[in-house]
Design a protein around this ligand. Sequence first.
Ligand code: PEP
Ligand code: MN
Length: 371
Amino acid sequence: MTKRAALRNDKQFLPYAATTEKAKKTMIVAMLGEATEENIQAVIERMVELGFNVHRTTGEAQTILAGVGKPDHFDVAEFKVLPGVHDAYRISSPYKLAGRNFRPEGTKIRFKNGVVIGGDEIVVMAGPCSVESRAQILDSAKKVAAAGCQFLRGGAYKPRSSPYSFQGMGVEGLKLLREVADETGLLVITEVMEISQIETMLPYIDVFQIGARNMQNFNLLRELGHVRKPCLLKRGIAATIEEVLLSAEYILSGGNYDLMLCERGIRTYETATRNTMDISAIPVLKKLTHLPVLGDPSHGVGIREFVPPMALAAVAAGADGLLMEMHPNPDKAMSDGAQSMYPEQLEKLVKQLGQLAPVVGRSVASAVAVA
Ligand code: PEP
Ligand code: MN
């Protein structure tokens, strides 16, 4: 049996009962004023067939049909195009486990060294875009720890737009991350790009980062649902908030509840920045889901000087943490140098975060004890 299969069969790791329980769903169909009784009956029939109890309101101008029930699945788009229908709306959210109602108190993710994500303290993750060498990642880790952060980031497997760009150090990079993180007391977050990497990564990392390009790699998400290791799911380059939550649902429904989300900028018509950091997604997500929400201002704007202000904005907007790029020598970085902060910038930013956090009822997590 592979290690992953063993994890899946671990009896201590049964999904919550709610994953198997069918939840109540609600929908509304508004008929056109000129809809015939035949049209109305056809819609009612289809709703009943799906498993809804239908409540009919015959108004002066139009008929409204409200469906409440436990259908296995339904698609409002199907109703929107039925004869005589004005519009159809889904009232209950399509995600169940990710919804705030599932855990109104919020999810807290606990790590071995006492770090908690999703509590009162803001957690800071920083490091280079990629692991490039032992010297580079060791120097990075020392600077990240000295600045007061809790996590070291760094890609060992890199999703690059061009196949000719640096693709990462692979397993060698994972080993280096673990080694320097242990030396400095930091935790490790790094990106997983495909299912075959999961097992290799398990002994070396503390959080699986699911990159923007993989937010809808549903097979990968499903597999990570069976792993007992926290995951950070980044918002896709053109994903709506609902799509992020549906992707989260894939991981949660596998039984892995140690999940956090990350706003990292979306593609818009704006060209002055690499992406458009959607700060508004942070309070919206905090309302819709119990999962911790982090901000990644580095990919969010793509330009070094704008990273600190956007990091502050993310925390002001309610983020539970930050994931940021810092390189000891960003001008020589093998990837994302332009958006990687200088070590002094990170140090200054963490101090500013400490001043800002109390304004929004938070504090910054304590610095790790540097060995
Ligand atoms: C990264 O964190 O280096 C990265 C590739 O991020 P994203 O998936 O958000 O582009
Ligand atoms: Mn990067």
